[in-house]
Ligand binder design. Sequence first.
Ligand code: FMN
Length: 199
Amino acid sequence: MSTNPHILVIFGSTRQGRRGEVVANWLMDRLALRTDATYEFIDLRDISLPFFDSPTLPVYGHLAPEAERWAAQVERADGFIFVTPEYNYGYPAVLKNAIDHLYLQWVHKPAAIVNYGGFSAGYRVAEQLRLVLIELKMVPIREQVGISLVPGVVPNVSDKPDSPSGAFLDRALEKMVNELLWWAAVLIPARERDRQDQD
Ligand SMILES: Cc1cc2nc3c(=O)[nH]c(=O)nc-3n(C[C@H](O)[C@H](O)[C@H](O)COP(=O)(O)O)c2cc1C
């Protein structure tokens, strides 16, 4: 049986003509080179949740029927990488909605952020998202990857891996994933202990 952590990569843009696919593809290509975890890609287009309007709260374990498959996917994960654009300094509503549909499935798991955007490379969305993740008792990690989609602004996914900016991006990603997996390894047995205590 594999003891490698299972990491869900959650892509937060669903708009038509989204440009973030180059970022998501770059990330999954890089993660495919690693053997220290399993990495599953989740496109929120495929999850297609309704706007959250349940009369009962996910924090008490209640799920909307449409969210049950989503809940099972998040439940199986030992950690997350959110790939998110910056919309007006914040996260896309569709990403927040997917987060809000669940609660217990997120708890005591680490989360990393790959943010992208204009000149700012989307760094402000990560600041806001971290606050949300803390409320869900997740462990948002410090290391992150920021990517600008403005041509000529570095770092950019079109930079060659052997160029200084391409190498910088790869190094930033490696540090981020290493830290994510460090926390995943710490928290897997801790959650297991909690489960045993509840039995
Ligand atoms: C509604 C909206 C708001 C945006 N706000 C910001 C912003 O605050 N900061 C930024 O760097 N880019 C901003 N942008 C530019 C996006 O980062 C850019 O369009 C990017 O391609 C969005 O990702 P997507 O194409 O994968 O959806 C915004 C784009 C949209 C559509």
